[in-house]
Design a protein. Structure first.
Length: 239
């Protein structure tokens, strides 16, 4: 069975802790994840926790508690500015994380966010990788951190589930391009353009990685640009 080693570790920890309440479960499982953040052998997706009988709400809370205390979550949830909220979350999660080029991953998130003009788009720009990277659940963004509905929707569309979209081609053509949300197209365009930018590509460690970064996105950038133009024209006609 998939991730059986990790699941057994979770069962064992819960048994050892003599868990009684739902809050106990969340605290114990979140701590186990936190202890293994740097262990590449402990890599169980949040969606797999549901096979252990955890509800969506419990999984959402576990994902959030890995990074923040209950008191911190309450403070963040009540913040009125989603943009500042997003920066705080990204700062905590990506603080020591480097991308394939050896640069802080937060730089990429900031560049993508800055490329968007709308408030909701900028918020989603900072958050666009957190669910796909399996650091938080979509439900946690919506119901625990209480981000605005549109930003959460943008992140949802941008998140690639490789079980559903095994290739980048299927992801772009079946997930991204059908979306009628303009910010989705603009954010994905900014994401691809920065991923293939010379300043980012030059720091990749191997020639194979540099070649892939320079060629992977070329077929899709024109498609997304055309979709952006199409959506803008549709908006003008509807006015």
């Amino acid at each position: 069975m998939a991730y059986e080693v990790e699941k057994e570790a979770i069962r064992k920890r819960l048994q050892e802790a003599s868990v009684v309440t739902e809050e106990d479960t969340i605290r114990v499982v979140a701590l186990l994840f936190k202890e293994n953040l740097k262990d590449e052998k402990f890599k169980i997706p949040f969606k797999e926790l549901k096979t252990l009988g955890f509800s969506n709400e419990v999984v959402d809370r576990i994902s959030a508690r890995i990074w923040f205390t209950e008191e911190e979550l309450g403070f963040i949830a009540n913040m009125e500015d989603d943009y500042v909220k997003a920066i705080m979350i990204v700062g905590r999660i990506y603080a020591e994380r480097m991308d394939s080029s050896g640069n802080p991953q937060s730089i990429h998130l900031s560049v993508v966010s800055d490329a968007l003009k709308t408030y909701e788009g900028k918020v989603a720009g900072f958050l666009h990788d957190v669910v796909e990277d399996d650091y938080l659940t979509l439900g946690s963004l919506a119901y625990i951190f209480r981000f605005n509905e549109k930003s959460v929707c943008i992140v949802d569309v941008l998140t690639r589930d490789k079980d559903i979209y095994p290739t980048y081609d299927s992801y772009i053509k079946e997930r991204i391009l059908p979306s009628e949300i303009l910010e989705v197209q603009k954010l994905k365009l900014a994401d691809m353009e920065h991923n293939q930018s010379p300043e980012r590509v030059k720091d990749l460690p191997t020639e194979e990685q540099r070649h892939k970064a320079l060629t992977k996105y070329k077929p899709y950038i024109p498609l997304v640009e055309a979709r952006i133009l199409e959506l803008k024209l549709e908006r003008k006609r509807s006015v």
